[in-house]
Design a binder for this molecule. Sequence first.
Ligand SMILES: Cc1cc2nc3c(=O)[nH]c(=O)nc-3n(C[C@H](O)[C@H](O)[C@H](O)COP(=O)(O)O)c2cc1C
Length: 414
Amino acid sequence: MSATTTNQNAAGGPTRLEPAVTQRTLKRMPRRLRGVLALDDFETAARRHLPRPIFGYVAGACETGASFAANRAAFAAHAFVPRVLRDVGDRSQRRTLMGRAYEHPFGISPMGLSALAAYDGDVVLAAAARAAGIPAVMSATSLTPLERVAAEGGSRWFQAYLPGDDARIEAMLARVAAAGFDTLVLTVDVPVSGNRENNVRNGFDAPLKPSLRLAWDGAMRPRWLVGTALRTLAARGMPHFENMDALRGPPIVSRNVVRSTKGRDRLAWRHAELMRARWKGSFVLKGVLAAEDARRAREIGCDGIVVSNHGGRQLDGAIAPLEALGPIVAEAGSMAVMLESGVRRGTDVLKALALGADFVFVGRPFLFAAAIAGEAGVRHAVDLLAEEIDRDMTLLGIRTLDELSSDLLRPERP
Ligand SMILES: Cc1cc2nc3c(=O)[nH]c(=O)nc-3n(C[C@H](O)[C@H](O)[C@H](O)COP(=O)(O)O)c2cc1C
């Protein structure tokens, strides 16, 4: 049950949000959500719930964690200059993105192996997003057939990892279109997987290698073991990588199978052009950080770009998206500019929008939310962020997101 009340007038006018967490609403919430007052609290709860290798896979970043830290630091480096006495009684945080109206200016990033962290994770994330009126992007590294996530979760955004191979690209696009997806997100910052040493230290691999250590890690988290792992096996059998390609991939647990990512380092602009020509819906590149690439995306006819450093999971030391945003927006033309990596607070959302982003996405907290409390957890996460945005808009002195501009911000540091 959602703890936030959203009152809309019949004409789709202003949205008023009541606090997601008050002493009154706390009593009605599932026990495991009661201590969750902000997005970061989901991580604390998930650390106690998930086996170590799986928690580490979701929470982790690459190498020194420089980009991961830079993402948060970039938000802290901007301060608001609020305006007062503006009658902000009627507020709305609705946003139209690539021709579609959403209730809030944020969505859920694609996250692989969601069904390993949360029972039926891919469907749960999609269904919760649909109910909340926000987009959720289904990951190519998912364990649920994309057709089922489209049918049962109402998913309409699919993220692809594709090799530089025309025939495989065409086959995959045909499959995604046939399932009813209308937005294709091509992730372009993974020509090779990032160097995530924490996965090696925690005994995580994809596929997972069966071992005594893995069994012990699972046994140490009985609620996950029964509620996610055994329940999945009983309901659906051994999960497989379902959506890397037009054909089914390997199982999630395997002693000797290696998941092939061959050919991803051959992906080039000409393949993006091919996809643009073949894909009839909205086409988005995810993982753009350079203005030059934004210009190229615009020139080949992309509908949008996601400015992202993959949550600090790919090139360590890659610039924080918020720092990269200005020159990218200047090159974007009519493309939608979305931003993600490190967004955790309503104030972060408003800072990104004030600096020119049209929309933001949030990753890890939503998967932690699905892991600890399924759809109710994801709805709670949406409510918390939406309520923060509403409160922050009021304190900032604005009624609509269109009133945001860089005039409301000052750099903290010269
Ligand atoms: C567990 C996990 C799995 C991910 N899998 C994918 C993926 O399959 N495809 C993709 O484009 N990005 C993937 N990402 C990156 C996210 O889409 C997103 O860029 C990142 O999580 C945003 O940063 P945030 O978690 O700080 O919000 C993954 C991230 C996480 C945490």
